[in-house]
Design a protein around this ligand. Structure first.
Ligand code: AP5
Length: 217
């Protein structure tokens, strides 16, 4: 399966992508995680991306496009991947098409996760992340066992700098303006599956499983 995961910030893409990765045994390629790793390592790309990400805007297409292309080329001949957070605008759709064409591959499904913006705000402002192992929590829906500490590795949890209400509202505006239009491209190609992101993570996962079974049938 070659999948892309679309949907607004905080709708639950990362949470569900980790489940799909485990169930289908395909790598989860998260554009946001790649960029945060570049920022953490202080690479040239990371230095360029940092302030842009803190404002909730999109980093330059070429910067993220090259990171994604490199990962996809390394996966040539394997049984698939799940791209999360890429593409996010029409130029990125075209860039992804070109990389896949060069690898003689094509997408099987674009999964679109949807939820109302007020729910997204609640999810993101209460999200806490582990800076060490990347585990993701929610103070109400998925709290860590120990206060402020990662269950998996014991590191102190942090709030992402782009998860303040002001930046989340700006990320939502960027999504509406630049990313939402690409949904139609995948709908026209006949590979879009829209999944309701409201409900427990288990309920959403069951809907995604059904959408993928329909795709495989
Ligand atoms: P990125 O990290 O990709 O952020 P995003 O798309 O905004 O998505 P998030 O990671 O915030 O949310 P999610 O949908 O994965 O939700 P999650 O599962 O964590 O990108 C960050 C930045 O990098 C961008 O703003 C941009 O600057 C840059 N960037 C990235 N890709 C780029 C690109 N292609 N081009 C240019 N720039 C790019 O869930 C959220 C919370 O809700 C968690 O606390 C979780 O526990 C909770 N939750 C999940 N599911 C449920 C549920 N069913 N019920 C209740 N709570 C739930």
């Amino acid at each position: 399966m070659r999948l892309v995961f679309l949907g607004p910030p905080g709708v639950g893409k990362g949470t569900q992508a980790e489940r799909i990765r485990a169930e289908l045994d395909i790598p989860h390629l998260s554009a946001g995680d790649m960029l945060r790793e570049a920022v953490r390592r202080g690479t040239e790309g990371g230095r360029k991306a940092r302030a842009i990400m803190e404002r909730g805007e999109l980093v330059p297409d070429a910067l993220i496009g090259e990171m994604i292309a490199e990962k996809l080329r390394a996966l040539e001949g394997t049984k698939g991947f799940l791209l999360d957070g890429y593409p996010r605008n029409t130029a990125q759709v075209e860039a992804l098409d070109a990389v896949l064409a060069s690898l003689n591959a094509r997408l099987d499904k674009a999964l679109l996760l949807v939820a109302p913006e007020e729910e997204i705000l609640r999810r993101l402002t209460l999200r806490r992340s582990c800076p060490s192992c990347g585990a993701v929590y929610h103070l109400a829906h998925r709290p860590p066992r120990g206060v402020g500490v990662c269950d998996a590795c014991g590191a102190r949890l942090v709030q992402r700098s782009d998860d303040t209400e002001e930046v989340v509202r700006s990320r939502l505006a960027v999504y509406r303006r630049q990313t939402a239009p690409i949904v139609e491209i995948y709908r026209r190609r006949g590979i879009l599956a829209e999944v309701d992101g409201i409900g427990s993570a288990d309920e959403v996962a069951a809907r995604i499983r059904r959408a993928l079974q329909d795709a495989a049938a």
